[in-house]
Design a protein around this ligand. Structure first.
Ligand SMILES: Nc1ncnc2c1ncn2[C@@H]1O[C@H](COP(=O)(O)OP(=O)(O)OP(=O)(O)O)[C@@H](O)[C@H]1O
Ligand SMILES: [Mg+2]
Length: 320
């Protein structure tokens, strides 16, 4: 990253150093600035190229109110945000040194539909950062060295623009370094060593998400600051998730909808609850009336079939 002095040489004495640019990026932004006019915009444009090819940008909209989680997990997420927010105070003003770099590497583990992607969006939103969902199929290349180059582009662009980098199904990239059996394994190991080293010098937030934490390499696990374990919601949490999704927008909901029954009877993830509410909304729209218990139970039965779960027809009978 360039120093305050180098920054001022390009942008003048009155411009605070608001982005963490490499020398090369500084030069690029400096030469684009006269035409673009706005510094933030010039930095965003610089990043747009490499990031657009390798990751999908999400404008975070979800807030803490959208996320139903246990207090321990919420506390961990707040800790991640605080570590980022106060890095300047602790590392720069107070001069605290960090052995593992100043970035934050978080691991979100847990079953599908428990809110891992949602939580990453909430953290990005609360910090005013963009969220970049890394497209692993675009990053990982069969050509020697190209995966490292792609990762380098990703990390340096994200670091300059202060984005949250989100790696879904991280186990496929950060998985156990297998015994070297053939040339392909050797290259895979190179990528992992590169990543380990790159994570140390990255000063933003990296969130790795996985359903299979056991598959993660130990060398990675040691570099993770916060492991947040997402679990299937308990009955009270399910009730809050049902209530939240049924209160979405201007969704019309019949007064007979029984939240207590829905949350007690069906042990499902927040993701499934969301699907059921959306499915029921379409059934209701089709009939031109508010969502009823019958719509929700029909949608639930459809989700159970999709999941291949055993169906007890009595569970889906409309009562009352
Ligand atoms: N804890 C939760 N609180 C509120 N809504 C939730 C929660 N979990 C899931 N949802 C709802 O389900 C949707 C899908 O969840 P999300 O994509 O975050 O799950 P995930 O854990 O990332 O799953 P996967 O492992 O399949 O990627 C969310 O956008 C949200 O609408
Ligand atoms: Mg997800």
């Amino acid at each position: 990253m360039v120093s305050e002095e180098e920054w001022r040489e390009v942008f003048g004495d009155d411009t605070a150093r608001t982005h963490r640019l490499s020398a090369h990026q500084l030069e690029q932004v400096g030469s684009a600035l006269p035409a673009v006019g706005d510094l933030d915009l010039a930095v965003r444009r610089l990043l747009a190229g490499p990031l657009a090819r390798l990751a999908r940008r999400v404008r975070p909209r979800k807030t803490w109110d959208d996320l139903v989680l246990g207090e321990p997990q919420l506390d961990q997420l707040r800790t991640i945000a605080a570590r980022f927010r106060h890095a300047g105070t602790v590392y720069d003003d107070w001069g605290v040194t960090s052995a593992s770099g100043r970035g934050i590497v978080a691991l979100f583990t847990g079953p599908s539909g428990t809110g891992k992607s949602l939580a990453a969006e909430v953290v990005a939103h609360t910090l005013g950062l963009d969220l970049y969902k890394v497209d692993l199929s675009a990053v990982v290349s069969k050509y020697i060295g190209e995966t490292e180059q792609n990762l380098e582009k990703l990390f340096s662009a994200a670091s300059a623009g202060s984005a949250v980098l989100f790696f879904d199904e991280a186990d496929s990239l950060f998985g156990k370094r297998s015994d070297v059996k053939d040339a392909r394994d050797r290259y895979a190991n190179l990528e992992v060593s590169y990543l380990l080293q790159r994570l140390e010098s990255y000063d933003g937030i990296v969130v790795l998400a996985t359903n299979l934490p056991k598959n993660l390499d130990d060398a990675f696990l040691r570099r993770i600051h916060e492991v947040v374990s997402f679990t299937l919601p308990a009955v009270d949490e399910r009730r809050a998730i049902w209530a939240h999704h049924l209160a979405d927008g201007d969704l019309p909901v019949d007064r007979g909808v029984d939240l207590a029954r829905l949350s007690k009877q069906f042990e499902i993830s927040g993701g499934i609850i969301r699907n059921v509410v959306v499915g029921a909304a379409f059934r209701a729209a089709d009939e031109g009336r508010p969502i009823t218990m019958a719509h929700l139970l029909q949608a639930l039965s459809g989700e159970y079939k999709k999941l291949g779960r055993l169906l007890n027809p009595e569970d889906f009978v409309v009562t009352g």
